[in-house]
Design a protein around this ligand. Structure first.
Ligand code: S6P
Ligand code: ZN
Length: 215
């Protein structure tokens, strides 16, 4: 029993070892433990130890949308998007991973759909994976030479974001867009480049439908 304790991979566990919603099909053993986190596939909610949440409201998004007057007309406290993330190693650790879910509310600022700020990774050669849990959207990508394109997001769509590529997600549907992400723990976020130069295209409602419009 002592050897098993020495090999416990989660010595700082704070959640119960047994998840009551999951029938345990394996023999009880100190060497087989429950995962520290679960993701609700229907909603994208991340459950478990130390999930960190972040909210972006209208007041946090000055300069992000094209129509500043339309943004100013909205309630500054209105939620646009939020994240639930797990950071199992310190920020900047080489060889680690972070992951989490982003939830973007449905809505528009003028004719521009609710979206994330968007960023390059500060360590520019770090890639990322997205996986859609709910809703419909567009993943807008932009290379360093400012070529912009977009991938359609719907339940199950899985997206590889290459290195050196800015990424922003846009909710083009009537329900919450929820997607999972995993990225290297030494990737960091370069928001300043986007704040300075923006993306070279925006997702606007034209004729009732979303279109990627060069700026
Ligand atoms: C992190 C990853 C996502 C975004 C999130 C919010 O690398 O791409 O978790 O952080 O979708 O977007 P943003 O642009 O405000 O960070
Ligand atoms: Zn990223």
């Amino acid at each position: 029993m002592q050897a098993a304790a020495l090999h416990d991979p989660h010595p700082t566990r704070t959640t119960p070892r047994t998840d009551p919603t999951v029938e345990d099909p394996v023999t009880a053993s100190d060497l087989i433990v429950d995962p520290r986190h679960r993701t609700d596939w229907a909603t994208g909610a991340v459950l478990g130890d130390g999930v960190e949440t972040l909210e972006r409201r209208v007041a946090d998004l000055a300069g992000v949308f094209a129509d500043g007057a339309a943004l100013a007309a909205l309630d500054p406290e209105l939620l646009v998007y939020r994240t639930e993330c797990v950071f199992p190693v310190p920020d900047g650790t080489e060889g680690g991973l972070f992951w989490g879910t982003t939830f973007i509310q449905p809505g528009r600022v003028g004719e521009e759909y609710f979206m994330t700020k968007g960023h390059f990774h500060a360590t520019s050669d770090r890639a990322e994976i997205y996986l859609t849990y709910a809703g419909t959207g567009l993943l807008v990508l932009m290379s360093r030479d400012r070529t912009c394109w977009a991938e359609r997001m719907s339940v199950g769509s899985t997206h590889f974001i290459p290195a050196h590529t800015a990424h922003r997600t846009v909710n083009v549907g009537d329900d919450i867009l929820a997607f999972g992400a995993s990225w290297p723990s030494d990737a960091g976020h370069d928001y300043a480049s986007i704040a300075a130069d923006g993306f070279s295209a925006r997702v606007l409602r034209i004729g009732g439908r979303p279109a990627l419009v060069p700026q």
